[in-house]
Ligand binder design. Structure first.
Ligand code: SF4
Ligand code: SF4
Ligand code: SF4
Length: 424
C-alpha cells in the first residue's frame, strides 16, 4: 500500500491509494460545551435530504449522549474493541508519543499504534482494507438511545445526595456529541468500495457516493469507523451526507453565487457550529490562511480537535471538547491535544474570544476575519492568572472579501422605552 502523510497522527501511514488532495477542504468546528441537544440540526438535515421511503432510519446528522449513547448503537465502543483486539494480538498498544510535538507536522505528537488501515492489513490481509463491521438493523433503529444517561453517579436507590461536583471535572457527567460525515482526507468508505463508486471532489473535498455506480455491497458501511455511510433498502444502494454541496456551490437562491454553510450548520440555535473551506497545498497540508476562522481555531489556537484521530482517516470535523468530562475519556476520543485545547478554551485569549463570536452569525461561509480592538470591559482571575475581556468587534468576510457579518464580544442590549406599542 502507498504511504501518505497524516498530520493528525504526526506520521506517514499506509492507505490503499496515493494521496490526492482538493484545492479547498470542507471542514467544521463544533463547540461541544454549548450544545443543548435540541436536534434542530438533525431535523434540518432530515427534512432536506432523508425524508423519503427507505430513509426512515437514516440520520446523516445525529446528536448522541456520551458515554453511552451512539448511532448506530455502540459504534465507538465496537470499533475501539476491534482495534484493541488487533493491538493485543500484535503485542502493541494504541499509544501516543507526545514528546517532539511540532507545530504543523505533528501538533499532537505521534500516534504509535495502528490505524484501521494498518490493523486490517494485519488482521485480514488481502480481504478488507479497513478494520470495521456492519451494524445490525437493531443498532441503526434507535438514534437517541441512552439520551441524557450520565456516567459516574454514586448515589444508591432512594439516596439523592450526590457529592457536589466542580470544574474541571464532574463526578457525574455526560455530554452531547454532534456527528456527521467528516469528509475525511483519507476516507475509509472510498478505500473500501470495490466499484470505485465513492469519490472526493477536487474543488471542496466533499466525499460523495455515485448512486449509479453503487451496487449496495455495503463495504463502505462496514469500513467507515464513524458509521456515516448508510444502506437504503428501497434503492438497494448506499447513501451518505452530501455536505449540502449545492449550498457550498452558491446554488441557494437566498444568496445567489455565494457559498453557504450546510443546512445542519446554519440551523443550530445553540450557536455551536461554524463551517468553512480551508485551503490545501498539493501535498495535502493545510496552506497557511491565518485569518480563516477554521484555520485559526484548529492550527493557531489549537482549541478544536479531530474525532478519534487514531483511526487514521484525517477527519475534517473538529471539536472543542467539553470542560467537565474526565480527561482520560476525552484524550481517547480527541487525542492528546485535549489538555492544551481546554486550557485555551477556559481562559480564551483576546483573539480567540472574538473569533468564537462568529459561530452561527451568518449563513454565508466566512473565508477571513478581522478583529477591531475595543475597550476593556471585565477582568477576573482564572486558574490563578489574570484574565481580561475586551469588547472587540470581529468582522467576517465572504468569498469575494465582502463583509458578511460584524459582531461585538459583548452582546448588544436593546432597551425598550417605558411606553411602547404593546404597553398595557
Ligand atoms: S442544533 Fe446545535 S445545539 Fe441543537 S443539537 Fe444540533 S448542534 Fe446541538
Ligand atoms: S466519515 Fe465515513 S463516510 Fe464520511 S468520508 Fe469519512 S469514512 Fe467516508
Ligand atoms: S452537511 Fe448537509 S447533508 Fe450533511 S449532515 Fe449536514 S445537512 Fe445533512
Amino acid at each position: 500500500m502507498p504511504n501518505v502523510y497524516n498530520w493528525q497522527i504526526g506520521r506517514e501511514m499506509s492507505y490503499p491509494f496515493e494521496g490526492a488532495y482538493p484545492e479547498r477542504q470542507w471542514a467544521f468546528v463544533f463547540n461541544i460545551n454549548r450544545c443543548i441537544a435540541c436536534q434542530t440540526c438533525s431535523f434540518a438535515c432530515k427534512s432536506t435530504w432523508t425524508f423519503s421511503k427507505g430513509q426512515e432510519y437514516m440520520w446523516w446528522n445525529n446528536v448522541e449522549t456520551k458515554p453511552y449513547g451512539g448511532y448506530p448503537k455502540f459504534w465507538d465502543a465496537k470499533i475501539l474493541k476491534l482495534m484493541d483486539d488487533a493491538h493485543r494480538k500484535a503485542g502493541r498498544s494504541m499509544e501516543w508519543k507526545t514528546a517532539g510535538k511540532d507545530g504543523d507536522e505533528r501538533p499532537y505528537g505521534t500516534y504509535e499504534g495502528m490505524t484501521i488501515f494498518e490493523a486490517a492489513a494485519q488482521e485480514t490481509p488481502q480481504q478488507e482494507v479497513a478494520l470495521g463491521y456492519e451494524p445490525s438493523d437493531d443498532e441503526w433503529s434507535a438514534p437517541n438511545f441512552y439520551e441524557d444517561t450520565a456516567a459516574g453517579a454514586t448515589s444508591s436507590r432512594g439516596d439523592t445526595t450526590l457529592e457536589p461536583t466542580q470544574l474541571p471535572e464532574h463526578k457525574t457527567w455526560f455530554f452531547y456529541l454532534q456527528r456527521l460525515c467528516n469528509h475525511c482526507a483519507y476516507p475509509a468508505c472510498l478505500a473500501a468500495c470495490p466499484r470505485q463508486a465513492i469519490y472526493k471532489r477536487p474543488e471542496d473535498g466533499i466525499v460523495l457516493i455515485d448512486q449509479a455506480r453503487c451496487r449496495g455491497y455495503r463495504k463502505c458501511v462496514a469500513a467507515c469507523p464513524y458509521k456515516k455511510s448508510m444502506y437504503r433498502s428501497t434503492t438497494r444502494v448506499s447513501e451518505k451526507c452530501v455536505g449540502c454541496y449545492p449550498r457550498i456551490e452558491g446554488k441557494d437562491p437566498l444568496f445567489p453565487g455565494q457559498p453557504l454553510e450546510a443546512r445542519c450548520m446554519t440551523a443550530c440555535p445553540g450557536k455551536i457550529r461554524i463551517q468553512g473551506l480551508v485551503r490545501k497545498t498539493a501535498d495535502g497540508k493545510w496552506a497557511e490562511d491565518r485569518f480563516n476562522p477554521i484555520y485559526y481555531l484548529v492550527k493557531v489556537a489549537k482549541v478544536a480537535l479531530p474525532l478519534y484521530p487514531q483511526f487514521g482517516l484525517e477527519p475534517n470535523g473538529y471539536y472543542i471538547p467539553p470542560r467537565w468530562a474526565p480527561r482520560p475519556y476525552l484524550r481517547q476520543m480527541f487525542g492528546p491535544g485535549v489538555d492544551d485545547a481546554l486550557e485555551a478554551y477556559a481562559a480564551p485569549e483576546r483573539e480567540l474570544l472574538a473569533v468564537m463570536q462568529l459561530f452561527r452569525t451568518t449563513q454565508q461561509i466566512i473565508f477571513g476575519y478581522e478583529v477591531l480592538e475595543g475597550p476593556k470591559v471585565f477582568e477576573a482571575t482564572i486558574a490563578g492568572r489574570k484574565w481580561e475581556m475586551f469588547d472587540d468587534t470581529v468582522i467576517g468576510y465572504g468569498k469575494d472579501d465582502q463583509e458578511v457579518v460584524r459582531v461585538k464580544v459583548e452582546e448588544t442590549m436593546h432597551f425598550l422605552p417605558d411606553k411602547h406599542p404593546n404597553s398595557i
